[in-house]
Ligand binder design. Structure first.
Ligand code: 13P
Ligand code: SF4
Length: 423
């Protein structure tokens, strides 16, 4: 099994093994030029062809000296800046980050674990979040007032989170109110959403959830209302509904582009779980055919997938769970065991390198990282850290106070429930 990182594999792999040849370019090739109109783009990878909102944050090209720095110098500078900042700095790294980034993380984790770390490191002045925009926003909501949250590359958004915006959700809520009475609906937002949508849920008696506690949060919501509106991930919502035994006919999909979500009042009347039409383009790549092929190659393989995969993929797998659950399960597995994994390639590649005594491979044979996670490269981390050493907070993520209040309610309700939700 290759010890090369995904960035190194991308540099050496034949183009046919990549989902986009532009993956081999430096990430700043996709950033905005200082004197040109800023046009948001996800960049190469799984979300490359997803529609991006015009309001999505854009990263302007960082100074040339960082772009030109050899890898070893970037590493030396990051280490020096980390040492200079000491306990004033905490670096959080999501499992989908490149190896070249994750090595600097004080804490690695899934969205849930990282939000707990963000809430627990009150002594650090700066939280540098190597993840995506909604995670940095959540850190700002949970952090103490004096703490400043930094996202090294502002273009690191999430195409799934971008599939639900506040006007669309407000319009859905109004229409639901007219059709079924909104007081009987509890809104639940996946962590992968804008802070304004977490506030929307917090202010209406709802909560946020992550893939590690979706079942608990949804069960909690059903104790409080007849119906749950779940956004923005249709698949996590349906997979969670399946785990809670919600019958198929009681789950409907709300398409925000169509009047009444494309539903009839009768279908809405029967619905218990209203699922937003949104998805993750990384997890949409996994198929039952890939699972069948993995089982054909290795009859003793265990298939583990993220619950953002489609229902039939989760059903065909042996296990499903958050990135942290996938990591823990494979880490604890006996030597010699074989694992086919349906989640982001940087994480799967790292697991394989860290456990050479096990066979671990990604279900998808093509290298196709999360476009936005992949936008974070050591050059951006060196740039923001050296800024902090000089007293300049670059790429700060701040959530407005009035939004923070409601969003905090939604997150606190989630954090107060015990974790759980795998199969
Ligand atoms: P986890 O909470 O499992 O880390 O998932 C976050 C995510 O964005 C998966 O696509
Ligand atoms: Fe968003 Fe999917 Fe990337 Fe996770 S993997 S950050 S859900 S686009």
């Amino acid at each position: 099994m290759s010890k090369l990182s995904i960035a190194e594999r991308v540099r050496t792999a034949p183009t046919a093994e990549l989902c986009a040849s532009e993956l081999a370019w430096d990430p700043w090739a996709h950033d905005a030029q200082p004197d040109e109109p800023a046009v948001p783009a996800y960049g190469p990878g799984a979300s490359q062809w997803d529609a991006i909102p015009a309001s999505a944050p854009v990263q302007t090209e960082i100074p040339e000296r960082y772009r030109r720095m050899p890898d070893e110098e970037l590493a030396r500078r990051i280490a020096a800046a980390k040492a200079a900042l000491g306990s004033r700095l905490v670096i959080l790294g999501h499992h989908y980050q490149r190896d070249e980034i994750i090595r600097w993380a004080d804490f690695r984790g899934d969205s849930f674990k990282l939000s707990q770390h963000a809430a627990s490191r009150g002594d650090a002045d700066y939280i540098v979040f190597c993840g995506v925009h909604f995670m940095a926003e959540s850190a700002d909501i949970l952090a103490a007032d004096h703490q400043r949250v930094v996202l090294p590359n502002l273009a690191a958004g999430c195409s799934m989170a971008d599939m639900a915006d506040e006007p669309q959700v407000l319009s859905c809520w109004r229409q639901l109110g007219e059709a079924v009475g909104e007081q009987r609906v509890v809104p639940v937002t996946y962590m992968n959403s804008a802070a304004a949508l977490k506030a929307f849920c917090g202010e209406r008696g709802g909560a946020a959830c992550t893939s590690s506690n979706a079942s608990r949060v949804m069960a909690w919501a059903f104790e409080r209302g007849e119906r749950v509106l779940f956004f923005p991930d249709e698949h996590l919502g349906r997979n969670t509904g399946d785990k809670l035994g919600i019958p198929d006919e009681a789950m409907v999909v709300w398409d925000p582009r169509r009047p009444l979500g494309g539903l009839t009042p009768e279908a809405l009347g029967r619905a218990r779980l209203i699922l937003w039409r949104g998805w993750c383009s990384v997890h949409a790549r996994f198929t039952t055919a890939q699972i069948a092929e993995a089982r054909r190659r290795y009859p003793d393989v265990t298939v583990i997938v993220h619950p953002e995969c489609r229902r039939e993929v989760v059903a065909a797998a042996d296990l499903d769970g958050s990135t942290e659950l996938i990591l823990e399960t494979i880490t604890k597995a006996p030597a010699g065991s074989r694992w086919a994994v349906g989640t982001e390639i940087n994480m799967v590649n790292r697991l394989a390198a860290e456990h050479p005594d096990k066979t671990i491979f990604c279900l998808d044979p093509v290298i196709c990282p999360c476009s936005t996670m992949y936008r974070t490269h050591p050059a951006y981390v060196a740039w923001v850290l050296e800024g902090l050493v000089d007293g300049r907070v670059l790429n700060e993520i701040t959530v407005a106070d009035q939004v923070k209040k409601g969003a905090r309610l939604a997150l606190d309700r989630m954090l107060s429930l015990p974790a759980g939700g795998g199969r």
